[in-house]
Write a protein that binds this ligand. Structure first.
Ligand code: SAM
Length: 228
């Protein structure tokens, strides 16, 4: 039980995390389970939190933000049905952990973060973990990332009042948006929108979730749902 775990001990913790927190909750896609086993979550948590990295909860990171609960990352990846050929946009990079997991499942991941301090943290964490197919951008991800569109999947790691039109416009046919939507911190639902070949969207409600607010031009004002 130390921040200087051997690789074998860390792998055993990840295996236990995957079995108890993810497979036991009904996620059976072996590609998703393997991705969760292979990314070293302990390398992405804030310094001092390594011993808690595999617990069943979100943890604080710099700038008052969080690294998502492992199950939520797996649920998002599973809901998005990522394929090895997909190009993905993640909104809300944080420390880069989820982007690394999505990078195991897809061809290329663009991830965008509004807080410059976290952009630096994520770039460092991803480089240290040897992740080569994730590109970190700085900016307001509520507008998507038009210069890299279209995407096969847009995965949003912060909760907004609605799905921005920009995400719909930046999706390839057959693409999926997975995003927490709701009136406030306690009232978010994880939604999956799927774009059919004839241009129509179908929406699935994947249940209640709790994410930090998506703050931006097409989302909440600075300070979150209760501000402004
Ligand atoms: N992806 C993360 C992980 O690996 O666990 C979790 C991210 S954290 C729950 C949500 C992040 O979304 C925060 O870092 C926050 O700064 C970011 N965020 C909020 N609004 C944003 C916006 N408009 N554009 C980009 N990032 C945003």
């Amino acid at each position: 039980m130390t921040g200087k775990d051997t690789e074998g001990a860390a792998a055993a913790r990840r295996e236990r995390m995957v079995r108890l927190q993810i497979a036991n909750r009904g996620i059976t896609d072996e590609r998703v389970l393997d991705a969760m086993r292979s990314v070293p979550r302990e390398s992405f948590v804030a310094p001092g939190y390594e011993d808690f990295a595999h617990e069943d909860r979100a943890l604080p990171i710099a700038e008052g933000q969080t690294i998502s609960q492992p199950y939520v990352v797996a649920l998002t990846a599973d809901a998005a049905r990522l394929r090895a050929t997909d190009r993905v946009l993640e909104v809300g990079t944080g420390c880069g952990y989820a982007a690394a997991v999505f990078g195991r499942l897809a061809r290329e991941v663009h991830t965008i973060e509004r807080l410059p301090g976290l952009v630096d943290v994520a770039r460092r964490n991803l480089a240290a973990a040897g992740v080569g197919n994730v590109i970190v951008h700085e900016g307001d991800g509520s507008l998507g990332l038009p210069e890299q569109a279209p995407f096969d999947a847009i995965l949003v790691a912060a909760g907004g009042p609605r799905v921005p039109q920009a995400y719909k416009d930046q999706l390839a046919p057959g693409g999926r948006i997975v995003m927490p939507v709701g009136g406030g911190y306690d009232a978010q639902r994880l939604l999956r929108l799927t774009l059919s070949d004839d241009g129509r969207f179908t929406t699935d409600d994947l249940g209640p979730v709790r994410f930090v607010p998506l703050v931006g031009r097409e989302a909440w004002p600075t300070g979150g749902p209760s501000a402004g």
